[in-house]
Ligand binder design. Structure first.
Ligand code: FAD
Ligand code: SF4
Ligand code: SF4
Length: 815
């Protein structure tokens, strides 16, 4: 006699398990299915094509009514299972029915996670899980309304693309800095964002939803920063939670999901579980492939055969027409792994393979995913890749081939092969120009043909053409690359950041074809500075790209504690400030207090976790960060000038304070120190500073390019000006020019040696228009830079930096 099988849930996972079971033993069980959804089994992953209009519901059915009838299955549509009685071995339905079982299969899937913000229950707040959700979205789309999708993961982006196809105005809000960050690294995330935006969908990253606004139905979404985006519907697609309540109530073992062993049995051997509701070896899955592997084992086990599920390695693709991406495995950075990266800026292609111990462990492909399956197989099989390493990134067609000699490869190109995509220059034109005009330098080729003059990504190819044409007569220009991640030097990178309007680190790396996925400790801080300097107000500082002192806004000392230096404008202080400092020293038991060479007070020996509290007390007394750790303005040292000194010619203290108030907070390629002396006796040592002012009877002598560190160098006189206002304007103009031309970690004196004092004079002194423009640009960028970093951290920014590891909750640490 047939045994009784009850199935709770009628999704794709139990659907596949039943197919396998029925193929092998059609009469083994009498089957009853409870399904909360009022319909048959359909292909849930094809809901996105239904939403976008590429398919209809009928096209995505897996088992129609006839299938259930043919197999004698009782499908209780729209009937939720509400209880499992393990003693009596029965399942109770919401319709009052009670169905006995010999074996029970729980396949309740998962539910969308709803972020607990005010307004989450308003009419028009939708999720994306089943056909009802799609129908609700389509009803809104019919009215040509606007939608906000919260969540830039796989589901959120598919929903956004579908709604856009249906004519809605769509904005995607994503908490993290890049889209699909669980499946993609920042480089691929950047390309994805570009492609999504090219479809007319607005993407806001780093967006934390504060509230969904509206009276009875949705009117918009308010973010933490106060911005409000109008919306007629809000789709929440921020993750899923296994549906495990029913199992929990029945006393089965449940963690995040329903715990099963390799036989897919729950803690009750007669109850099996399958699909997204399951937790196996600590993993819950949210993709179909592993669920189907589980389903195979479930079918065997229901037939009392040996079979074991061992866990799955998963891969991801996005089902948005025209966007090709593939990712699998572990692509986080780590010392024990290396990577192979290939970028094609013109083609919008990015490929990254992560290797450990000669095996592929992570794959990210964007723009060209045709080898995804092959790479994935290599990864799953743990195939050693040593033999094919040189050509691996080019895919299966090149597997095992010998690496091409680059010059031979270029020689083999046809004459009409396009070399420079930006300017449409072909091979024969470049070769012709080289021979006809006797060109021997890259600059010469650029000037004649425009090849490599725009984005620069074809520079390597052009150089190979020159090598091929000129033979030994070609000596490539000795450009010192920024680091091993690129062949471009600092100046080219800066030029291209502006020319190509690149406004994020991933954008720079992709468009300039970085050889690594995320850069290194040399290029990341440099790019972060260049982007801040070139796009003030637009670029968001990437604090992860900063060195430790700039990350925590204090200088680390040799014992791991920090030093705290409050700003003292022009070296001036007061009894109130000194009292506040003394109180802080006593309160926090700060062991050492020292006067610095820059006329301020250094509190040494502060533990990292005390920093915010120390800053809070200093802030309360009106003091802000002295940026003693920054590649930015440090101090403006002054003498007492006409206020007190018999020799003073001008108010040197007053001018020093004004300069410091104008300059503080600015980021520069390296640290900048300044001074103002009230007469040529120069008590403030202005002639060994990056920028110095020596007051004279006729006005202000401006000095630039001094140093008194590892190198000693007196300043050069830039010019003499008559008024304080001019001194301020020239000072800001010089610093702005340095910000625009200086290479990261190049002090002002080194920059001056490189470009020449004459060139600086030409732009700052002789060209009044340029000077004014530089001055205004500097002031503009200061609007965004002059925020006290201590006050921001006292208010909670980057709190994790100052929390001792043992106080971070395990969950937070894991994330
Ligand atoms: C829009 C969308 C796109 C997706 N795209 C992809 C993709 O491209 N690739 C991929 O691999 N995966 C994708 N997925 C995920 C994939 O669809 C799921 O992993 C898979 O469908 C889960 O199957 P399941 O059977 O475990 O659960 P589900 O399909 O969630 O089925 C569970 C069913 O059980 C019912 N149920 C719950 N509780 C009860 C109860 N107490 N009584 C009765 N019935 C109950 C539910 O109503 C539901 O019908 C996508 C998912 C969505 C929503
Ligand atoms: S620099 Fe001149 S004005 Fe300033 S303190 Fe010295 S002597 Fe006096
Ligand atoms: S001079 Fe050298 S030892 Fe002294 S504070 Fe500077 S770096 Fe440290």
């Amino acid at each position: 006699m047939a045994r009784k099988l009850v199935v709770i849930g009628n999704g794709m996972a139990p659907g596949r398990a039943l197919e396998r079971l029925l193929e092998q033993a059609p009469d083994a069980y009498e089957i009853t299915i409870f399904n909360a959804e009022p319909r048959v089994n359909y292909d849930r992953i094809m809901l996105s094509p239904v939403l976008s209009g590429e398919k209809a519901y009928e096209d995505i059915l897996i088992h129609d009514d006839v299938w259930y009838a043919d197999h004698g299955i009782t499908l209780k549509k729209g009937c939720k299972a509400v209880g499992i009685d393990r003693e009596a071995k029965t399942v109770a339905g919401a319709d009052g029915s009670v169905v006995p079982y010999d074996k029970l299969l729980v396949a309740t899937g998962s539910s969308p996670f709803i972020i607990p913000v005010p307004g989450k229950d308003l009419e028009g707040v939708l999720t994306y899980r089943d056909l009802d959700d799609v129908e609700a979205m389509l009803a809104a789309a019919d009215k040509g309304a606007s939608a906000v999708v919260i969540g830039g993961g796989l589901l959120g982006l598919e929903a956004a693309a579908g709604l856009k196809e249906r004519g809605m105005d769509v904005t995607v809000l994503h908490l993290m800095p890049t889209l699909m960050e669980r499946q993609l690294d920042a480089a691929a995330g950047y390309l994805l964002e570009r492609a999504i935006e090219a479809r007319g969908i607005k993407v806001v990253t780093g967006a934390n939803t504060h509230e969904i606004v509206g009276d009875t139905r949705v009117e918009g979404v308010r973010l933490d920063d106060g911005a409000e985006i109008p919306a007629d519907i809000v789709v929440m697609a921020v993750g899923i939670r296994p549906n495990a309540d029913l199992a929990r109530q029945a006393g089965l073992e449940v963690n995040r999901g329903i715990v099963v062993n390799d036989a897919m049995q729950t803690s009750d051997p007669d109850i099996l579980a399958v699909g997204e509701c399951v937790e196996h070896r600590g993993h819950c899955y949210g993709l179909v492939a592993p669920l189907y592997e589980m389903a195979k084992v479930v079918a065997e086990r229901l037939l009392d055969k040996e079979a074991a599920y061992q866990g799955s390695v998963t891969s991801t693709r996005l089902k948005v027409t025209g966007i090709d991406l593939f990712s699998a495995g572990d692509f986080s950075e780590g010392k024990d792994r290396e990577e192979i990266v290939l970028r094609d800026a013109v083609g919008g292609i990015y490929k990254r393979l992560v290797i450990r111990d000669d095996r592929l462990i992570g794959i990210v492909l964007y723009g060209d995913t045709k080898d995804g399956a092959w790479f994935f197989q290599l990864m799953k099989d743990g195939t050693p890749i040593d033999e094919m390493r040189e050509t691996l990134i080019f895919g299966q067609n090149y597997a095992g081939g010998t690496p091409l000699d680059p010059t031979a490869a270029v020689a083999a190109l046809p004459d009409d092969a396009e070399i420079c995509g930006c300017n449409g220059v072909c091979k024969s034109k470049i070769v012709g120009a080289i021979t006809e005009h006797g060109l021997t330098s890259l600059d010469g080729v650029r000037a004649r043909t425009k090849a490599s003059a725009s984005c620069g990504s074809c520079t390597g190819l052009v150089e190979q053409l020159m090598a091929m044409t000129l033979g030994d007569g070609f000596t490539p220009d000795a450009v010192q690359p920024m680091c091993g991640c690129t062949d471009l030097g600092h100046d080219d990178v800066r030029r291209l950041i502006v020319a190509k309007e690149l406004k994020s680190i991933p954008a720079v790396m992709q468009e300039l074809e970085w050889k690594t996925s995320c850069g290194c400790a040399k290029c990341r801080p440099a790019l972060n500075f260049y982007l801040i300097a070139d796009w003030p107000g637009e670029y968001q500082d990437d604090y992860q790209s900063r060195f430790i002192n700039e990350r925590v806004h204090a200088n680390i000392q040799k014992d791991g504690t920090y030093s705290v230096v409050p700003r003292m404008w022009g070296g001036m202080t007061s009894s109130a400030e000194l009292r506040a400092i003394a109180d802080v020293v006593d309160k926090f038991g700060i062991p050492t207090v020292k006067v610095t060479g820059g006329q301020r007070i250094d509190l040494l020996g502060v533990p990292k976790e005390d920093l915010p509290a120390v800053w809070a007390d200093l802030n309360a007394a009106g003091m802000v960060s002295g940026h003693a750790y920054a590649k930015g303005l440090r101090t403006v040292k002054t003498c007492v000038g006409t206020d007190w000194c018999r020799f003073g010619t001008q108010d040197s203290t007053g001018l020093g304070v004004k300069i410091e108030k104008m300059m503080w907070g600015s980021w520069t390629p390296h640290k900048v120190k300044m001074a103002v002396s009230g007469c040529p006796r120069n008590c403030a040592e202005a002639t060994c500073k990056d920028f110095g002012v020596v007051c004279v009877d006729s006005g202000y002598e401006l000095h630039v390019g001094g140093a008194a560190g590892m190198h000693i160098k007196g300043t050069e006189v830039l010019c003499t000006v008559a008024t304080e206002a001019e001194a301020l304007e020239y000072c800001a103009a010089v610093v702005q020019l340095y910000r625009e031309q200086g290479r990261y970690l190049e002090r002002i004196y080194k920059w001056m040696d490189r470009v020449g004092l004459a060139a600086i004079r030409e732009q700052v002194v002789e060209d009044a228009e340029k000077r004014t423009a530089l001055f205004e640009k500097f002031l503009y960028s200061q609007r965004f830079a002059q925020k006290d970093p201590w006050a921001e951290r006292v208010a909670g920014k980057d709190a994790h930096e100052f929390t001792p590891m043992n106080r971070i909750a395990m969950r937070e640490a894991a994330e």
